[in-house]
Design a protein around this ligand. Structure first.
Ligand code: PBG
Length: 324
């Protein structure tokens, strides 16, 4: 048989395949989410996220040193607020001595080169488990944005490098940017969860932080997963309002959105490989139905190939270990 072109030539050996690979993962791509708890010597495994833990500050610092050693450059912090600090205003969120503020300070003091990003939303602090202030069964927008502004300024004051609003209220990016400017936090970035969908894949995360909504769902603020153009609209508005990095969330079921956002913007794009996506791989691997390591690398490479410059993933540590 005569063939003018044999495509398999470039797949002949591992060396050739690696030489012509279009997408290469590196630990620089990863943002590691971390769950912080009160107390000492706490390493609590999250039942629906096997191999993933909530740490008290002492153990958190050890974990951050370990992952720094693996080449991971940034962490995204979430806290499990104590029940007695929760209310409908979310005021614990800007307590300067709150768990989040203490965690930021501790990490920046011990490992200053670690990029600290912080989740900005009221759900861990809300008695209703909603991302905003509730009135008559509704999530109020403008009152919530005022709270998110205080929360963001308080994270910046504690030393956060990036605040990451995950609440999907309207106008919050502009309001946060303005407040950061007014308070002279001119080096603090905003990573906006711009296209965040109302997704069942957040289930395990809500177990981790005990933050599931007490009534209803999040569909009046998070996006309908049937929509595509709306994601571009949300993202462009966030950039106009001052977002430095934009995010699509979840990742694996939204690769088309990641690509469209990537093509539409000129800022870095991140994608959040969420808790349910972690749990699916862990569960299948535990049953012996999938090779965990291969599933991790294939998933993360696909997310990057789709257009993500950064990937927030619970697999960051394992992936960085494999990439060494
Ligand atoms: C809170 C928040 C959530 C996640 C990140 N920030 C949960 C939610 O919106 O209900 C989900 C992360 C994950 O599932 O890994 N606003």
């Amino acid at each position: 048989m005569y063939l003018q072109k044999r495509n398999r030539i470039l797949r002949t050996s591992a060396s050739i395949r690696s030489m012509v690979a279009e997408t290469k993962l590196t630990p620089d791509d990863f943002i590691l989410p971390l769950f912080v708890d009160e107390g000492e010597n706490v390493k609590h495994e999250i039942p629906s996220m096997p191999g993933y833990y909530r740490y008290s500050l002492d153990l958190l610092l050890e974990e951050v040193s370990t992952i720094r050693g693996l080449g991971i450059k940034s962490v995204l912090l979430f806290v499990k607020a104590k029940d007695d600090t929760k209310d409908n205003t979310g005021k614990e969120a800007w307590n300067e001595d709150g768990l989040m503020q203490r965690a930021i300070k501790a990490i920046k003091q011990q490992i200053p080169e670690m990029i600290v990003m912080t989740d900005v939303a009221l759900d861990p602090y809300s008695i209703y488990g909603h991302d905003g202030i509730v009135k008559d069964g509704e999530i109020l927008n403008d009152e919530t944005v005022e709270a998110l502004v205080k929360m963001s300024v308080s994270h910046a004051a504690a030393g956060a490098d990036f605040v990451a609003p995950s609440d999907m209220m309207d106008g919050r990016i502009g309001a946060i940017r303005k407040a950061l400017e007014e308070n002279n936090f001119t080096k603090v970035g905003i990573m906006s969860y711009s296209a965040k969908y109302a997704s069942c894949f957040y289930g395990p995360f809500r177990d981790a932080l005990d933050s599931a909504p007490g009534f209803g769902d999040k569909k009046t603020y998070q996006m309908n997963y049937a929509n595509r153009i709306e994601a571009i609209n949300e993202t462009l508005q966030d950039i106009e309002q001052g977002a430095d990095i934009v995010m699509v969330k979840p990742a694996m079921a939204y690769l088309d959105i990641i690509r469209e956002v990537k093509n539409a913007v000129t800022v870095p794009v991140s994608a959040y490989h969420v808790s349910g996506e972690y749990a699916m791989i862990k569960a299948a691997a535990k049953m012996g139905w999938l090779d965990e390591q291969k599933a991790i690398l294939e998933s993360l490479t696909s997310i990057k190939r789709a257009g993500a410059d950064l990937i927030a993933t619970y697999f960051a540590k394992e992936a960085a270990g494999m990439l060494r």
